[in-house]
Structures are given as structure tokens and as C-alpha cells.
Design a protein around this ligand. Structure first.
Ligand code: ZN
Ligand code: ZN
Length: 207
């Protein structure tokens, strides 16, 4: 079991296929964030194939558990995180190539002896992080009235928040439009942008 993502390829023969189990500390991959806690070891499997002109084809999968804060109820919860990636390295004696090679490049270089896929693993894991973390699809969130966690208990606030946020104060523009229509001051043909609203309003007001 390896504890880094730096690989020495000198003992991999051509057309030889090697598989490594890895267990990496999150700090080694610089996985430290305010809103996501990588609190445990990252496990993975890395497959290496040496082929052609000492090219190294890398296929890897890594997984771990993370602790997140729910965007609705603000509770912390745990989630599995899994990522896969593939990358190919080509030997180069040009140190500039090796040092400037970023993870986004299609062509990556190594010095013929070792290469490092820590940054690849880091980016693959970060890409899998949920953009809007939810402890559950059914999370009820917090009451906007009293702040109570509605997953845990009910509160006695009147259920008016939803109605209020769904219908912000748009009473007046519609009333104005209707009045203008009634008095014939708007020609609907010349106001395509407003036509939908007007016909809607017109239709509902007639029935
Ligand atoms: Zn939640
Ligand atoms: Zn409440």
C-alpha cells in the first residue's frame, strides 16, 4: 500500500501493467476547505501501463468520506466522494515542459523516472463536490420565521412564508396594465414584450 501519489516508473517494464493500492492523507493533496471537511484517509487504486516510447498511461480511482454542511438546514452530514481520472505522461528531458505541465494539459511530461498525480487526484475529487450540498433530498430546512430545524421538530409559525415569497408585490403593475388596456392606451400589437402578460391578464379578467 502506497501513501503517496508519486510513482517511480523505472521498475515497470515495457508493456507491463502495474496496479497499486494507495492510502493518502488529505493534507498531502491540499484538500483543506472551510465548507468541506476531508476528515479521513483517501483510498484508491492506481493502474499504470508503460507503452510505446516510455509513455505512461495512468488510470486511477480514489474515494473518501467527507463532512459537509447542508445548504438548507445547516447541519453537518457525511457523504461518500468518489472520483476517477485518466492521464498520460510522456518522458521529456526538458524541465520546463515538466514543470509547466498543468493538469489541464492534454500532454503531460515526466522526467523519465518519477511522476506525480497528486494534483490530478485533487482536482478529480474537487470536481465531484456537490455545488449545493443537501443532507437529504427531503431536507425541510430551517423555518424562516423562528429558525427551528424543521427536520427535527415542528414549529408553530403560521405557514405564510411560502405564499409571501411566491408572490412578491406585483399587484400594482398588473393593475396598471389592466387600467391602460381598459382605457385603450396600449396597442398590444406594438408591445410584443408585454403581450403575454396583457393577454393573460385580459383572459383571466374576462372569465
Ligand atoms: Zn439539511
Ligand atoms: Zn417557525
Amino acid at each position: 500500500m502506497k501513501d503517496t501519489l508519486v510513482f517511480d516508473v523505472r521498475n515497470i517494464k515495457n508493456e507491463d501493467f502495474n496496479e497499486y493500492g494507495v492510502q493518502i492523507q488529505p493534507s498531502l493533496l491540499d484538500l483543506e476547505f472551510d465548507d468541506v471537511n476531508f476528515y479521513t484517509v483517501i483510498c484508491g487504486k492506481v493502474q499504470l501501463l508503460r507503452h510505446g516510447e516510455d509513455n505512461i498511461y495512468v488510470k486511477a480511482e480514489v474515494s473518501t468520506d467527507i463532512e459537509l454542511q447542508c445548504g438548507k438546514c445547516l447541519d453537518t452530514y457525511k457523504e461518500d466522494l468518489e472520483a476517477r481520472f485518466e492521464v498520460q505522461f510522456t518522458p521529456s528531458t526538458n524541465t520546463e515542459d515538466i514543470e509547466s505541465g498543468s493538469v489541464d494539459d492534454e500532454e503531460r511530461f515526466y522526467d523519465g523516472e518519477t511522476f506525480n498525480i497528486s494534483e490530478d487526484a485533487r482536482q478529480a475529487l474537487v470536481l465531484q463536490l456537490p455545488g449545493w450540498p443537501l443532507c437529504s433530498q427531503l431536507c425541510e430546512g430551517l423555518c424562516s420565521g423562528c429558525g427551528i430545524n424543521l427536520n427535527e421538530e415542528d414549529c408553530t409559525c403560521p405557514e405564510t412564508e411560502a405564499a409571501q415569497t411566491d408572490t412578491p408585490d406585483r399587484h400594482s403593475p398588473f393593475a396598471d396594465l389592466k387600467q391602460l388596456l381598459d382605457t385603450g392606451k396600449i396597442e398590444t400589437e406594438n408591445k410584443p414584450k408585454n403581450r403575454k402578460e396583457i393577454t393573460l391578464k385580459n383572459g383571466t379578467s374576462k372569465t
